[in-house]
Design a protein around this ligand. Structure first.
Ligand SMILES: [Zn+2]
Length: 450
């Protein structure tokens, strides 16, 4: 989530495997002309025409009980699912699970195991204390051991088996488990990427990376009719340009390929709940289910609504970190931008500065949906643990009181970071352009990047 924040105030706001070469083959160029074929292989290497991934969906029943998994007296039930080998040389995978339980303070959780090294918790993002759905992305960063308490972890030189134990609070309800695995292999540059560990100035750390190839990402804009007078690709052209500039910078080099549609859905102009635990009218979950016809399975779906009344001041929200690609109409099938949250005057045509902020929200929530966390959460000044930071070794860890935009605008590890696109708060006029090379590494390995 991303919320608006005034610079001096402490409003509390909450909130890919790589590119391979596709080969162009001409009709009739076969084994009777090997020289021509070889020449074509050598010369006519193109980017893939679109993302390539496999999607698996299974209904399972959790069985193994841990009597006190969620705390005293709240049982957790698990099912172990096998992934594939892990490490930067292998495809990335996104895992998502749902169970329609109604147990308080119990949510879908993922435990991750790297072969023979024992279990550890992976950082997933339940959207509420009783979340019915959850997701996780492997790898989070180039140094995934940031989330492990064990010494051994997946590295570039190791290929270890990845298993998940998905924990749910009920064994009387089925659980839907989905796995999306990239089929485009990592490039050599991505496989061998090393985070910046030497730049002293944390405003610059990780910012000198230049990825040598440009990848692409389908971005599908869905405008709810009446959300704003400027609700069209031409109306928010400056916002689209801002998002494109952020994603095509040297540290990322992913070009959004934009498509758009407008749908009439008046009951979702204002979101009254930002939960995906429900599909009730006006809820975030309901919005995702009811815009299925406008969504694309092979794209980041960005849905534009007028506003929200659930929290106040929210600029945008992703339905998961990461969301669920490869399937439309699920409760985690996209992200949302609230027009009015960006505007000095609700319902007005956004100014250039406001469009710039909208573009940054698109990039920020898109970053969440693709797997990036906030470098630190808004409470990192008082709660410094792995669950309140990202797994990106390059991003600073601001501990300044309040974790505000101004307080985190310096150059040391503990007072920098608010210029990052993924900072937890933003406001019009405060440029947030930074994505590090390692954040780019995560985005480039997403199954939809091609
Ligand atoms: Zn956020």
């Amino acid at each position: 989530m991303r919320r608006s924040i005034v610079l001096a105030a402490l409003l509390v706001l909450l909130t890919c495997t790589s590119c391979a070469l596709g080969l162009l083959q001409l009709p009739g160029s076969k084994s009777d002309d090997d020289n021509l074929s070889l020449m074509l292989l050598g010369i006519l290497a193109l980017q893939p025409a679109g993302p390539r991934y496999e999607f698996q969906e299974t209904t399972v029943t959790p069985t193994t009980a841990n009597a006190n998994y969620y705390g005293a007296g709240i049982t957790g039930y698990s099912v172990v699912v096998s992934g594939s080998t892990v490490g930067p040389f292998n495809p990335s995978e996104i895992f998502q699970a749902e169970q329609n339980h109604a147990v308080s303070n119990a949510y879908i959780d993922f435990q991750q195991r790297v072969d023979s090294s024992g279990w550890f918790f992976s950082r997933n993002a339940p959207l509420s204390a009783s979340a019915q759905n959850g997701s996780t992305f492997h790898l989070y960063g180039a140094t995934p051991n940031l989330y492990t308490s064990i010494a051994t972890t997946a590295t570039a030189s190791s290929t270890q088996t990845l298993n998940f134990a998905i924990i749910a609070p009920s064994n009387s309800l089925p659980m839907t488990y989905r796995r999306i695995r990239a089929l485009i292999p990592a490039s050599s540059e991505e496989s061998n990427f090393s985070p910046d560990s030497t730049t002293v100035n944390y405003k610059l750390r990780g910012m000198s990376k230049v990825w040598s190839t440009e990848k692409r990402l389908n971005v599908n804009l869905i405008f709810i009719s009446g959300s704003n007078p400027a609700a069209s690709t031409t109306g928010i052209a400056e916002a689209i340009t801002r998002m494109t500039d952020l994603y095509t910078q040297n540290t990322v080099r992913i070009r959004p390929v934009i498509s758009s549609t407008t749908i009439v859905l008046p009951s979702y102009l204002t979101l009254t709940s930002l939960s995906t635990d429900t599909t009730a009218t006006g809820s975030l979950g309901g919005l995702m289910v009811n815009t299925a016809s406008a969504q694309r399975a092979d794209a980041l779906n960005i849905i534009f609504v007028k506003n929200e009344t659930a929290v106040g001041g929210v600029l945008g929200i992703s339905t998961g970190i990461p969301g669920l690609p490869g399937r439309v109409g699920t409760r985690q099938s996209g992200m949302v931008v609230m027009f009015d949250g960006h505007l000095a005057s609700a319902g007005a045509v956004p100014s250039s500065a406001e469009q710039r902020l909208i573009g940054e929200t698109m990039a920020h929530e898109g970053g969440h949906w693709l797997g990036l966390f906030h470098p630190v959460e808004s409470n990192y000044d008082t709660t410094q643990n792995n669950y309140n930071r990202d797994a990106i070794s390059e991003t600073p860890l601001c501990t300044a009181a309040g974790v505000g935009l101004a307080a985190c605008d310096f150059t040391a590890v503990n007072n920098a970071g608010s210029r990052n696109v993924m900072f937890w708060a933003g406001t019009a006029g405060f440029d947030q352009s930074d994505l590090t090379g390692e954040q780019g590494f995560v985005l480039r390995r997403h199954p939809l990047a091609y």
